[in-house]
Design a protein around this ligand. Structure first.
Ligand code: FPP
Length: 242
């Protein structure tokens, strides 16, 4: 039998330019199957591929994923090591496939405090893919929203900006996401209903889509459902609609 991708028509949908995802539930996905947590993280990273493909197919321009938070260092050492091994593998191997596909990879977060080799791999990946324009994939790694705001504030002070010059747009230009539009749609998998320090400045007016599905099971069809839901939203940004 020839496997055929289900037809999903997006012509009547509003497509968010920027989608952000909290890829949660890898551990529970593994537990449900009697597998170690690391197997859940492996399945989680494998699931990025079809979701990236679906973003390109549906016309999403920017995908930002929460890969590792500043708080995730507090997990058991073996789990942190396991996650780092997964990131290293992506940076060493899968980056070439992403490059061929026209994906630009960009890092959000703090590279200080990350292993030197990993740091240079991240920089090489960004350099290799910097001309690509089919999809911008932002990987939030050693990222924390509060940390981002503190760092931006430090940089503003260091630059000698006068207090009355500090505006929202100036502040934006000191964030890791400088120059990027805010996420239109923020997805969190696994049934949790919190922001967990992810893009807390940028998501001020994002539409939220929460699904009980664990991240390794979040497929193209689920992304499509999220876009259907987004299409029905009435975005008012604090104002009124006619
Ligand atoms: C949350 O599941 C997931 C993480 C903390 C790690 C997410 C990382 C990946 C999917 C790999 C991404 C890799 C790249 C290179 C972008 P959890 O462990 O908190 O699950 P649980 O809440 O069920 O325990």
């Amino acid at each position: 039998m020839i496997w055929k991708k289900k037809e999903l028509n997006v012509s009547n949908l509003k497509i968010p330019k920027h989608v952000a995802i909290i890829m949660d539930g890898n551990g529970r996905w593994a537990k449900q199957r009697g597998l170690p947590r690391q197997a859940g993280h492996r399945a989680g990273v494998e699931n990025l591929r079809p979701v990236i493909d679906a973003c390109i197919e549906f016309g999403v321009e920017i995908l930002t994923v929460y890969a590792f938070s500043t708080e995730n260092w507090g997990r058991p050492e073996s789990e942190v090591k396991g996650l780092m091994r997964i990131f290293a593998r992506v940076l060493n191997q899968e980056i070439y496939e992403l490059h061929q596909q026209g994906v630009r990879v960009y890092h959000l977060g703090n590279l200080k405090g990350v292993d030197d080799r990993m740091q240079s791999k991240v920089e090489e990946a960004m350099e290799l893919t910097k001309e690509n324009d089919r999809l911008l994939l932002n990987v939030a790694f050693n990222y924390g929203g509060r940390d981002e705001i503190v760092q931006a504030t430090r940089k503003i002070i260091e630059s000698g900006v006068a207090p009355d010059e500090v505006s929202e747009s100036l502040f934006n230009s000191y964030l890791f996401t400088a120059g990027l539009p805010d996420p239109d749609l923020l997805i969190r998998t696994s049934g949790e209903q919190r922001i967990s320090n992810f893009l807390i400045w940028q998501a001020a007016y994002s539409e939220y889509y929460l699904t009980p599905i664990y991240w390794p099971d979040f497929a193209r069809e689920e992304l499509y459902e999220a876009l259907v839901s987004f299409t029905k939203r009435d975005r008012r940004y604090g104002g009124l609609t006619n």
